[in-house]
Write a protein that binds this ligand. Structure first.
Ligand code: NAP
Ligand code: FE
Length: 355
């Protein structure tokens, strides 16, 4: 055996307010980084206010956050003399909070964080998909190149992640479905990664078991409080996995669907998942289907039912997205990697091709 495992984030599972003694020592004045409305609506902002009293709130993080929003957030944190950052929301505010914690300390180039410092960082996920609260990645949109950049550094592992599933209860069904399938993509890609290890496989297998046991709730759109608790935990496990293994061809091809066609991150991966995994060696994918107690065909039917009607794609878009995907670092991170022609086929098979 030959592998490493590093996960320095303290994970607290339960009610945020019950952990107040543990997190109060973090600092005096937090800058809360969140999206437009969900952090307030789900009750997290009120709970944070109850714990810390004086808080500054930067609620301008959009889905697929831009570098500009992150720079604005860092300025806001500095102007408000924040001594730590709390990110609340889906992967977008959490990823933004990570780089805001760095830039509020020092205006440094994104390319090299090896000598950088950051403010203390606490993340609270409110979607059930990215696992960003325990990963070393911050995925931002570069407005200039119209593409996503993935900043990866051990510095970006948060200090604390709090999983309080009550904040997820108001998720629109579409966001719950998309994000659950994002988590499923993470753990399937993690098991099919060149960097998979016995530890990452253990977490991945448990997350696959949990998410597949909730397929009927996701199809029906009736997600109970217990489902949310379990799916939030599975999403967290998916973060443990990709922090070690990275993602593979599904995510590599998914980025263009998000940055060019505005398809939600989780949905983009879900659209591509079935056609990508059938191309991997069957001895590897068979293990995954065995955990789910499903055949490939049964699995595809379920994923396609959850996805519903697929988006259209033109031949010109396929050409453009294929070129972009072939440049993504993670395209070759799997134990199998697609050729350029195979990426064309994946897009054509996964969406509805129109001329
Ligand atoms: P998101 O972009 O963070 O949020 C999508 C939508 O869901 C927003 O409109 C948001 O509203 C809403 N929302 C969030 N929580 C809610 C709640 N509890 N109730 C009601 N609405 C809620 O979605 P995401 O799929 O979680 O994150 C996607 C991003 O994560 C992408 O940029 C992707 O690249 C990144 N990602 C990062 C990692 C990593 O390891 N760092 C891994 C995978 C994906 P508000 O705007 O009002 O909050
Ligand atoms: Fe993802």
């Amino acid at each position: 055996m030959n592998f490493s495992f590093y996960m320095p984030t303290k994970v607290l599972v339960g009610s945020l307010t019950e952990f107040s003694d543990l997190i109060k020592g973090f600092g005096v004045k937090p800058c809360v980084v969140c999206g437009k409305s969900s952090a307030k609506l789900c009750g997290a902002l009120a709970d944070i206010k109850e714990i810390f009293g004086d808080i500054a709130v930067f609620n301008k993080i959009e889905p697929n956050p831009t570098i500009t929003s992150v720079k604005d957030g860092a300025e806001f944190a500095k102007e408000n003399n924040a001594d730590f950052i709390i990110g609340v929301g889906g992967g977008s505010p959490l990823d933004a909070a990570k780089m805001i914690a760095v830039l509020a300390e020092e205006d440094i180039s994104f390319d090299d964080l090896s000598n950088a410092k950051r403010l203390p960082l606490l993340l609270i996920p409110t979607t059930i998909g990215t696992g960003s609260e325990v990963t070393k990645y911050s995925i931002l949109t570069d407005e200039k190149s119209h593409s996503k950049i993935n900043i990866a550094s051990d510095l970006l592992f948060p200090d604390i992640a709090v999983l309080d599933a009550k904040y997820c209860r108001g998720l629109p069904v579409s966001v719950a479905r998309n994000t659950a399938l994002d988590a499923l993509s993470h753990v399937i890609e993690g098991m099919l990664s060149k960097k998979a290890s016995p530890i990452s496989d253990m977490f991945a297998a448990e997350a696959i078991r949990i998410i597949s046991s909730k397929f009927s709730s996701l199809i029906e759109g009736k997600i109970t409080d217990t489902d949310y608790e379990n799916l939030l935990f599975a999403s967290n496990l998916s973060g443990f996995v990709i922090a070690q293994t990275g993602t593979c061809a599904v995510h590599a091809c998914g980025y263009a669907l998000t940055s060019e066609k505005n398809i939600d991150h989780g949905r983009a991966n879900a659209l591509l998942l079935c056609d990508v995994i059938r191309r991997f060696p069957h001895e590897n994918t068979d293990k995954i289907f065995k955990i789910m107690h499903l055949s490939y065909i049964e699995f595809s039917l379920i994923v396609n039912t959850i996805i519903g009607e697929k988006e259209q794609i033109t031949k010109e878009e396929i050409e453009n997205f294929t070129k972009k995907s072939m440049l993504a670092k993670n395209i070759s991170n799997g134990i199998w990697a697609p050729t350029e022609d195979e990426v064309r086929e994946i897009y054509a098979n996964s969406l509805e091709v129109v001329s």
